[in-house]
Design a protein around this ligand. Structure first.
Ligand SMILES: Cc1cc2nc3c(=O)[nH]c(=O)nc-3n(C[C@H](O)[C@H](O)[C@H](O)COP(=O)(O)O)c2cc1C
Length: 316
């Protein structure tokens, strides 16, 4: 019989039993790799490509009270190492989401977080009331980068009073996990993270897209103004995660520019409990699975059996 030697170091051949489970509030997720809102549809768009129950969570497209067709004109524009989007929250609306999308997600055994967008406090509240009875939904991610039409169009993410009141109202409305998605374009994002913690949010997502613009020099006009995402934003978001993690105790979920396992692991080391894969889905629809596999490989190589032991290992 031929015995294949593992060399002198016997431990090299030993496979660790890995724990990738993480917790946010009272909700447990099978791994820390989520898909980012607006880049993964309602999950069904990717279900032919891979088994979406393998993801830590699917975060839905931003849901509004009524269906929205989104913005007219140019919606996506590629820039070096990133893209600028101004989709304008195109979505089927919360009622059709419940009627047409939740059944499939349940069948797939997916863990779902609903991303919620509103143009008034009442709209956010009404969407959550409609979604409350849906067992498939583990929690909500609140997109505060929306203008409050009742307050002159100022964004919730940019006004401490609007932000605080909104979270207070929503916290009373649900026992599910409440995550607020912070805007990197807000004056002082760290203060907003502190308010989220004080108002009982279970986590903050750091961060939404960066306000950006491109000018067409031939026409001497704005080509696009919208949110920048993709690898271009990764180092800036990593720094925000380090700073916010230093300031608050609630979990941070990192969203910004992940494009391979290494960038995801950097976020975990910086203190993110989970990471979201966004723009990279458009380049490689299997990227989330490659990242989960890459994290497992890293854990084996580094002899880490519990993912939680590396979260926040690197501090400032
Ligand atoms: C085309 C597109 C649509 C998006 N739609 C939403 C949305 O509806 N709600 C939301 O909270 N974030 C939305 N985002 C932001 C992403 O969820 C993510 O936070 C951001 O793109 C940063 O991550 P990334 O660099 O990995 O893409 C969208 C991003 C893109 C590129």
């Amino acid at each position: 019989m031929l015995i294949i030697s593992c060399g002198n170091d016997r431990s090299k051949g030993v496979r660790l039993k890995l724990n990738l489970k993480i917790k946010i509030g009272k909700a447990e997720f099978k791994n820390p790799v989520f898909t980012a809102s607006g880049t993964f549809g309602y999950g069904e768009e990717y279900a032919d490509v891979f088994d979406i129950s393998k993801l830590g969570a699917v975060i839905t497209k931003g849901l509004t009270l009524k269906e929205r067709e989104g913005n007219e004109g140019l919606r996506i524009h590629e820039v070096p190492c990133g893209l600028i989007n101004r989709i304008g929250l195109q979505n089927v609306g919360v009622d059709d989401f419940i009627k047409e999308k939740t059944h499939f997600l349940k069948e797939q055994n997916a863990a779902v977080i609903a991303n919620v967008a509103g143009f008034s406090e009442n709209e956010f509240y009404s969407i959550i009331r409609k979604l409350e009875g849906q067992d498939i939904i583990k929690g909500y991610e609140i997109n505060v980068s929306c203008p409050n039409v009742k307050k002159g169009g100022i964004e919730f993410s940019n006004d401490k009073t609007l932000f605080k009141n909104l979270l207070k109202t929503l916290r009373k409305e649900t026992k599910k996990i409440l995550i607020v998605k912070l805007s990197p374009s807000a004056g002082n994002i760290i203060n907003f993270a502190g308010i989220a913690q004080d108002e009982g949010c279970n986590a903050v997502t750091v961060a939404n897209t960066f306000k950006s613009a491109v000018i067409d020099t031939r026409k001497q006009k704005i080509k696009i103004r919208g949110g920048l995402s993709g690898p271009a934003v990764f180092p800036a978001v990593l720094n925000l995660v380090l700073e916010i993690k230093k300031a608050v105790k609630i979990p941070v979920i990192a969203s910004g520019g992940i494009y391979n396992p290494d960038t995801a692991i950097q976020f975990l080391l910086a203190g993110a409990t989970a990471v979201q894969i966004g723009t990279a889905n458009f380049i490689d629809p299997m990227i989330s699975i490659s990242i989960i596999d890459g994290i497992k490989k890293y854990m084996q190589e580094q002899k880490i059996n519990d993912i939680n032991s590396i979260i926040g290992k690197v501090k400032i």
